[in-house]
Design a binder for this molecule. Structure first.
Ligand SMILES: NC(=O)N[C@@H](CC(=O)O)C(=O)O
Ligand SMILES: [Zn+2]
Ligand SMILES: [Zn+2]
Length: 442
């Protein structure tokens, strides 16, 4: 199924672009058109964007949409509704589904589910190893050549810990410009780990997860990437030491990119003190010094992008004792508000930086065309309107996916997504996800 162009037209009046310029934007035939001509604007729905920022649609390089196999947690439809609510127009779903997305057949299935849902571009990530078992390489070439055109490969949820397999994977993807996105977690150093290792894990009686378990894998992998001349992406960087290793690798010219999640930019390990499993996540929340280093790394370009690691789980998997609970938190709906709170409102990043780290750079790393482009005449109409002056007590009403495992419930967060446009049609209007998309599907 492919979508045909929408007949919807929108005239967005007085929006502020990332660079501060004010403009009108006409969305017609799935593109940004030149406003001004009365004929082209005729019949357009007018949206007053006074005080709103218009940004390129956000691109999430790391999300768990759970389909196929874990539809009780999320589906491609519900997950992309959550994405639209957060201003995203493209999502890269991770491969830890059931069956695992380790064949051309499964990635094409996920691609089709995304097309049928219509809320965002869904660009599947393929597994590195068969069944995420870390034993032999999956059919990377067949996934790359499939209709899903996979370019990002990851065993996320698990680390590709065998150095020889990691080397082979890095070598293999060079043929088609692919990248290996590593979940950096030395398994032997994190057996039974429950939270960040330190004084607090001792006090709470929870098994610690040392920073070196992440840093040692990143150090190894940047050296492997350099050795074979390939491209590495590091998922959810969480420690100050990891930022140092990546900064060192980039200075050497290693082709490495890195991501940080909104939650690692804002939250710290102290939240584990109440044993509320909403704060249990992989990698774990770290110390305030780590948060500072991650913010600085994002500001100086050591960390390239923000990715949500949206990880929905059913209530029963989180509403239980800490040790038994699943790792992960939902993040698509809250991402930009959390980023605004952690790095925009304190002046570390501006809105042009936000357009880079949450849209242009993830699209470039994932080799995704048609997203992350400046909002200029002729560009695809992939954009959203955001009110940075808004403030809200975050609640389940703000969640549009199936997961309610958000760490931000009852926290006050800045900003609000007012409208999102994908392929020129509205997926969010007046801050609410559009239930019935006005798009003809072929
Ligand atoms: N981040 C998490 O805590 N959980 C992720 C796996 C992962 O991203 O490693 C999940 O699939 O639930
Ligand atoms: Zn992971
Ligand atoms: Zn993940």
């Amino acid at each position: 199924m492919t979508e045909s162009a929408t007949t919807q037209r929108f005239l967005i009046r007085g929006a502020t672009l990332a660079d501060g310029a004010r403009t009108d934007l006409l969305l017609a035939d799935g593109r940004i058109a030149a406003p001004g001509s009365d004929a082209s604007s005729a019949g357009a729905t007018v949206i007053d964007a006074d005080g709103l920022i218009a940004l390129p649609g956000l691109v999430d390089l790391h999300a768990h949409l759970r389909e196929p196999g874990f539809e009780q947690s999320e589906t491609v439809l519900t997950g992309t509704r959550a994405a639209a609510a957060g201003g995203f127009t493209a999502v890269f779903p991770m491969a830890n589904t059931s069956p695992v997305a380790d064949t051309a057949g499964v990635v094409e299935q996920v691609l089709r589910l995304g097309e049928a849902a219509g809320y965002a571009t869904v660009q599947p990530i393929g597994a590195v190893t068969v069944g995420l078992a870390g034993e032999r390489l999956a059919e990377l070439g067949a996934m790359a050549d499939s209709r899903a055109k996979v370019r990002v490969f990851s065993d996320d949820g698990k680390c590709v810990s065998d150095p020889l397999l990691m080397r082979r994977a890095l070598e293999y993807v060079k043929a088609f410009g692919g990248v290996i996105a590593q979940h950096a977690q030395e398994p032997r150093l994190t057996e039974g780990a429950q939270m960040n290792e330190g004084a607090l894990s001792g006090e709470l009686g929870l098994t610690g997860w040392p920073a070196v378990a992440e840093e040692s894998i990143i150090a190894r992998d940047v050296l492997l990437a350099e050795h074979v001349g390939s491209r590495l992406h590091v998922c959810h960087v969480s420690t100050a030491g990891s930022v140092d290793v990546i900064r060192w690798a980039k200075a050497r010219g290693v082709d490495v990119t890195a991501e940080v999640t909104p939650h690692h930019l804002l939250l710290t390990e102290e939240l584990a003190s109440g044993y509320d499993a909403r704060y249990k996540v992989n990698p774990p929340l770290r110390r305030a010094e780590d948060v500072e280093a991650l913010r600085a790394g994002l500001a100086d370009g050591t960390i390239d992008i923000v990715a949500t690691d949206h990880a929905p789980h059913p209530v029963e998997s989180k509403d239980c004792e800490w040790d038994a609970a699943a790792f992960g938190m939902v993040g698509l709906e809250s991402a930009l508000s959390v980023v605004q709170a952690s790095v925009v409102d304190n002046g570390l990043l501006g809105w042009t930086d936000i357009a880079r780290v949450l849209s242009a750079a993830p699209a470039r790393i994932g080799r995704l065309d048609g997203h992350g482009l400046p909002l200029e005449t002729g560009a695809p109409a992939e954009l959203f309107l955001y009110d940075p002056a808004a403030s809200r007590e975050f609640s389940t009403r703000d969640l549009a996916g199936k997961g309610v495992n958000s760490p931000y419930l009852s926290m006050t967060l800045p900003g609000r997504v007012v409208a999102t446009f994908h392929r020129g049609y509205a997926t969010v209007l007046d801050g609410t996800v559009v239930e019935e998309l006005e798009v003809a599907r072929g």
